[in-house]
Design a protein around this ligand. Structure first.
Ligand SMILES: Nc1ncnc2c1ncn2[C@@H]1O[C@H](COP(=O)(O)OP(=O)(O)OP(=O)(O)O)[C@@H](O)[C@H]1O
Length: 662
C-alpha cells in the first residue's frame, strides 16, 4: 500500500490493534500526547448532546473535555447546531490562490497524500490536506463517500476551522496543535454527524503550523487506524520538509532506540554554529523541550559533552539525563566555520531565553514560533510584514527576527515612515548627492537603504508611506539598487526587508491608498501580533513582561495583576511596560506592589472590563468595550484617532458598539 517508509512502525500499530475497528481510538504512541480520544459509547455522546443542546447543561464525563470545550465555544459564537454552517461557495480562483500559497506544503505532502488516498479508497473514506486556516486544499479517495462529504461542504476550498464549521477534527487539531479524532455526533452541527474524522497538524521545522492531514470516513463505518495513519503521514511530511529546508545546517538525528534512527520516528535537531535553529516534534519530546528552545539553546545547553564521530551512531546524554543514540550530519558548509563541539558562542544581543530578568523581550510560545519562521523567511530573502496595534511590539519583534537571522551580526536599520515628511523620507531612504537640495549635507548621504546593505531593513509604519514614494521604493526593491537624490548612478543593495504597520494594508489597497504591487512585494508573508486584550493568557503575559524589567525584587500583588489583566491597555506592551516602570519607580525594592500604584484607568479596570479569562473574540465583550472607552478617552473623544489607536477602521469602531453608546 505504499507505506514502505514507515512499514515497521505501521506493523507495530497494526499488531497492537488487532482487537478491531473500534480499538483504533485507543491508539497511542508511547510518550505521546493523547488525542481527543475516549471510549464513550455512542449513547454517551447522544446523552451529552441531549444535555448540552437540549437542556443547556454541561455534561461531564460523557464526551472528551476537548469536545465539550469546542461545543461551548461554538455555542458562544451563536452557532445553531441543528443546521449546517453557512458556507459561501468560493470561486475556483480562490482555491487556486490557496493552493499557490501552499505550494511547498502540497509538494512535500504529495507522496503521503497519494498513499493515504489509496488507503482511503480501500476503506470508503477520503484523505484531506488543509492549510493552517483549515482550508481544504486537496480531498480525494472513495468517490461515493467524497460525494457525501461534499454534500456537507467537506470539499476543496472550504475552511474547516472551528470558527467556520464548528467542532470538527481539522479545526480542533489546528486549534489544539495535536492529533484529534472527532466521531459522528461529536461534531457540533447535526449534518456533520455522518462523518468520523481524524486529523494531525503539520508543523514546519521552526514550529509554525502549516496545515493538517485528515482522514474522514462515514461515521457508521470509520476507516481503521485513521488517527495513526494521519500521524504517520505527517511524520513523513515534516521529515521531508526538514531535510529540504536544512540542507546547509548541522543535523543531529536521535532516538532512545538505535533501531529507530533513520525512521520517521527519529528526533531531528538542526544547528547553525552551535545554536539550535530547527527541530521536529520527536526531538522536542525526547529532550523535554518546546519550540521556545529554537534560537535560544545551544548544543551544550541540551547535551552533556560533545559527540565523538559524525559518521557513526554515538551515544548522547541529554541534560535531563536521558540516554540517546545519535547520528550527526555535518553541515556541508559550516556557517561561520563553527561546529557543534566548538566552545559556545556568546549569546546574541536579543536573546530569546524566556523571561530572565532584564534579558530582552518576552515572547510567548506562538510568537517564538513566528519569530523562528520569520527569521527563516528573512534568510530566504522573503519580505515579511508584521501587523499589530500600536505598542504591540512590532519593532521588538523585528529586532528579534534580525537577531535570529543569519544577518544577526550585520546592520539592523529601522526607518519610521510616519515620522517624516515625504521629501525627507525620500532623502533618508535613498540618500542624496552633495547639494541635491537646500539644506543637504555637503558630503551627501548614503541613505538608510544603503546603510542597511548586507543587513536587515525595517520599514516601520509602511502604511503611512506616501504613494509617490511607494513607487520609488518598489523600484529599488525590484532592481535591488538605489539611485540617490540628485544622482544618476544606481548603487546595488542587498537588504532583507521587514515591514511593519498598524493599518489594514489590504483595505488600503482596495481603497487605492496603498499600491497593490508594493503590497504584494512586501507582504509575501504576514505575521499578526495580537493586541494585549486578545491574548488568551493575559496574566502570563504580564508576568513575562514584569520579568524583563529591573524589578529589584518587587512583586506584583495578585490584586494588581487582576486589575491589569482586566484592563484593555490600548497602548499594549508599550503602555504596560510604561505603567510597570512607573510602579517600580514609585515603590521600594522588595515591596509587593499594590493596585494603588497603577495608572487610574487600569486601577479601576476590574469593575468595567471582563475577567482576564474572557474570550477575546465573540462579540462586544466587556474587555473590548473597555478598550474602546480607553482609546476614546486617550484620544479626547476623537473617533478617528481612537480608531487609529485601536488599529481598527472608524466603521469597525462604530460597528463594534460605539454607535450604541452614543
Ligand atoms: N515582547 C516584548 N517584551 C517586552 N517588552 C516589549 C515587547 N514588545 C513590546 N515591548 C515594549 O513595548 C515598547 C513598544 O514596542 P514596539 O516599539 O516594538 O511597538 P510597535 O508595535 O512597533 O509600536 P508602534 O506601532 O507604535 O511603533 C517597547 O519599547 C518595549 O518597552
Amino acid at each position: 500500500m505504499g507505506w514502505t517508509g514507515y512499514g515497521r512502525l505501521w506493523k507495530t500499530v497494526a499488531k497492537s490493534n488487532r482487537t478491531g475497528r473500534g480499538a483504533c481510538r485507543i491508539l497511542r504512541r508511547k510518550g505521546e500526547q493523547t488525542s481527543m480520544e475516549s471510549d464513550a459509547p455512542r449513547a454517551d455522546v447522544l446523552a451529552a448532546r441531549h444535555a448540552f443542546f437540549g437542556r443547556r447543561a454541561t455534561p461531564s464525563g460523557l464526551v472528551p473535555p476537548a469536545i465539550l470545550k469546542s461545543w461551548q465555544r461554538c455555542a458562544e459564537r451563536g452557532f445553531d447546531s441543528h443546521h449546517g454552517p453557512l458556507i459561501e461557495p468560493e470561486p475556483m480562483e480562490r482555491l487556486k490562490e490557496h493552493r499557490e500559497r501552499n505550494e511547498r506544503l502540497l509538494r512535500a505532502s504529495r507522496p503521503e497524500l497519494a498513499a493515504l488516498r489509496r488507503e482511503a479508497r480501500d476503506s470508503g473514506a477520503i484523505a484531506i490536506l488543509t492549510d493552517a486556516a483549515g482550508v481544504v486544499l486537496d480531498a480525494a479517495g472513495d468517490a461515493g463517500f467524497a460525494g457525501k462529504a461534499a454534500g456537507v461542504a467537506l470539499r476543496p476550498g472550504v475552511a474547516w476551522s472551528e470558527a467556520a464549521t464548528g467542532t470538527n477534527a481539522i479545526g480542533a487539531a489546528l486549534l489544539e496543535r495535536r492529533s484529534i479524532e472527532v466521531r459522528g455526533a461529536e461534531h457540533y452541527f447535526e449534518p456533520h454527524r455522518i462523518l468520523t474524522c481524524a486529523a494531525t497538524p503539520i508543523f514546519d521545522p521552526y514550529g509554525a503550523l502549516l496545515g493538517a492531514i485528515d482522514l474522514s470516513g462515514p461515521a457508521a463505518a470509520p476507516p481503521a487506524h485513521a488517527l495513526e495513519l494521519t500521524r504517520l503521514a505527517v511524520d513523513q511530511i515534516e521529515r521531508r520538509m526538514f531535510e529540504e529546508s536544512l540542507a546547509d545546517a548541522e543535523v543531529i538525528r536521535l532516538h532512545a532506540d538505535p533501531a529507530l534512527l533513520g525512521t520517521a520516528q527519529e528526533g531531528l535537531l538542526a544547528f547553525r554554529g552551535s545554536r539550535l535553529v530547527a527541530a521536529n516534534r520527536h526531538a522536542l519530546r525526547l529532550l523535554g523541550i518546546d519550540w521556545y528552545a529554537l534560537g535560544a539553546r545551544s548544543f551544550r545547553d541540551l547535551f552533556d559533552g560533545a559527540p565523538q564521530r559524525f559518521d557513526q551512531v554515538s551515544r548522547l546524554r541529554s541534560r535531563e539525563g536521558v540516554e540517546l543514540h545519535a547520528r550527526l550530519r555535518p553541515s556541508p558548509k559550516p556557517v561561520g566555520g563553527v561546529t557543534l563541539d566548538a566552545p559556545p558562542k556568546p549569546a546574541p544581543a536579543a536573546t530569546l531565553e524566556p523571561a530572565r530578568p532584564e534579558e530582552g523581550p518576552a515572547f510567548d510560545a506562538v510568537t517564538r514560533a513566528d519569530l523562528a519562521r520569520a527569521a527563516r523567511l528573512v534568510d530566504g530573502d522573503v519580505p515579511v510584514l508584521i501587523r499589530g496595534e500600536t505598542g504591540a511590539g512590532k519593532e521588538v519583534f523585528a529586532r528579534a527576527v534580525h537577531a535570529l537571522s543569519r544577518r544577526a551580526d550585520r546592520a539592523f536599520v529601522a526607518v519610521n515612515c510616519a515620522a517624516l515628511p515625504e521629501t525627507l523620507i525620500e532623502a533618508e531612504l535613498f540618500g542624496y548627492e552633495e547639494g541635491a537640495f537646500t539644506g543637504a549635507r555637503r558630503a551627501g548621504s548614503k541613505g538608510l537603504l544603503r546603510e542597511a546593505d548586507g543587513g536587515v531593513l525595517l520599514l516601520d509604519e509602511i502604511g503611512d508611506m506616501p504613494l509617490g514614494l511607494q513607487a520609488r521604493l518598489l523600484r529599488a526593491l525590484q532592481e535591488r539598487a538605489v539611485t540617490p537624490l540628485g544622482g544618476t548612478r544606481p548603487h546595488p543593495i542587498d537588504v532583507r526587508l521587514v515591514s511593519a504597520t498598524h493599518q489594514d494594508l489590504a483595505a488600503m489597497v482596495a481603497d487605492g491608498r496603498f499600491r497593490a504591487d508594493l503590497y504584494y512585494r512586501i507582504a509575501q508573508y504576514a505575521f499578526e501580533l495580537p493586541a494585549f486584550r486578545q491574548l488568551p493568557d493575559r496574566r502570563a503575559a504580564l508576568a513575562a513582561l514584569w520579568a524583563t524589567l529591573p524589578t529589584g525584587g518587587r512583586r506584583l500583588a495578585p490584586e494588581t495583576v487582576e486589575r491589569m489583566a482586566a484592563f484593555a491597555w490600548p497602548g499594549n506592551h508599550r503602555e504596560i511596560v510604561g505603567a510597570m516602570r512607573a510602579m517600580i519607580a514609585l515603590s521600594e525594592p522588595g515591596e509587593t506592589v499594590g493596585p494603588d500604584l497603577l495608572p487610574p484607568a487600569a486601577r479601576d479596570a476590574g469593575s468595567v472590563a471582563a475577567p482576564a479569562s474572557a474570550p477575546a473574540e465573540g462579540g462586544l465583550d466587556a474587555a473590548r468595550q473597555a478598550a474602546i472607552d480607553a482609546a476614546l478617552a486617550a484620544a479626547g473623544g476623537n473617533v478617528a484617532e481612537a480608531a487609529r489607536r485601536l488599529g481598527v477602521s472608524r466603521s469597525t469602531l462604530y460597528r463594534r458598539g460605539l454607535a450604541r453608546r452614543r
